[in-house]
Design a binder for this molecule. Structure first.
Ligand code: ADP
Ligand code: 5GP
Length: 188
């Protein structure tokens, strides 16, 4: 069975960036491709960044039991497909689920052995600056995401591991240590 690592944290904290750099360092890390009803951002590709689904199709897949977890976030649906976890079930593999808080809670119930990592910003203001600086979201979307972020930050105590993404290289180092520990079976 592959090792499952859940990575959660507010939108804009740098989850995608940290995971991309981690995967360059540790090639056995695979990223689960989620399904979502939100529209692709410029440059995002179906089946690579997300499985982009119509709402009806997403609902049908919930009814079919296709998701190990799913949640509504800022007005859209997101979920982890069971089929993503069934691929490449090698002991030496790590599958990263980059998901929001409600999904992380569902996985904590259904897969208690999965490592749960929360990526936190150095400050709320830094989070706002990163979301604005990324330039992918409207002012309204940024406000919505920052509102959700307050709730998410309040829940970080639920996570066995918290990494503050201040200097990017340090955050990747910390995550790599956890992943290598998980691969060696050394994380308690
Ligand atoms: P998330 O996946 O959590 O929504 P992203 O990975 O898209 O976040 O990062 C949001 C923005 O913050 C991006 O523009 C990214 O380049 C930038 N960023 C990520 N980590 C850092 C960091 N440690 N220092 C400064 N900027 C960062
Ligand atoms: P974005 O729209 O910025 O890509 O993602 C918004 C939020 O949805 C992020 O917090 C991201 O981690 C989360 N997310 C992405 N995929 C999934 C998923 O499969 N399940 C859940 N629960 N959240 C997800």
């Amino acid at each position: 069975m592959a090792h499952v690592i859940v990575i959660t944290g507010p939108s804009g904290v740098g989850k995608g960036t940290v995971i991309r750099l981690l995967r360059e360092r540790v090639p056995s890390v695979r990223l689960s491709i989620s399904a979502t009803t939100r529209a692709p951002r410029p440059g995002e590709r179906d089946g690579i960044d997300y499985h982009f689904l119509a709402t009806d199709d997403f609902d049908q897949m919930i009814a079919d039991g296709a998701f190990v977890e799913h949640a509504r976030y800022a007005g859209q649906q997101y979920g982890t497909l069971r089929s993503e976890l069934e691929e490449g079930d090698d002991d030496g593999d790590v599958i990263v689920l980059e998901i929001e808080l409600q999904g992380a809670r569902q996985i904590r119930e259904s897969m208690p052995a999965a490592l749960q990592v929360f990526i936190a910003p150095p400050s709320f203001e830094t989070l706002r600056e990163r979301l604005v600086g990324r330039g992918t979201d409207s002012a309204q979307t940024i406000d919505e995401r920052l509102t959700v972020a307050r709730e998410e930050l309040d829940a970080q105590g639920e996570f066995s591991e918290v990494i503050v993404n201040d200097r990017l290289g340090d955050a990747v180092d910390a995550l790599e240590l956890l992943v290598q520990g998980q691969l060696r079976g050394a994380v308690d």
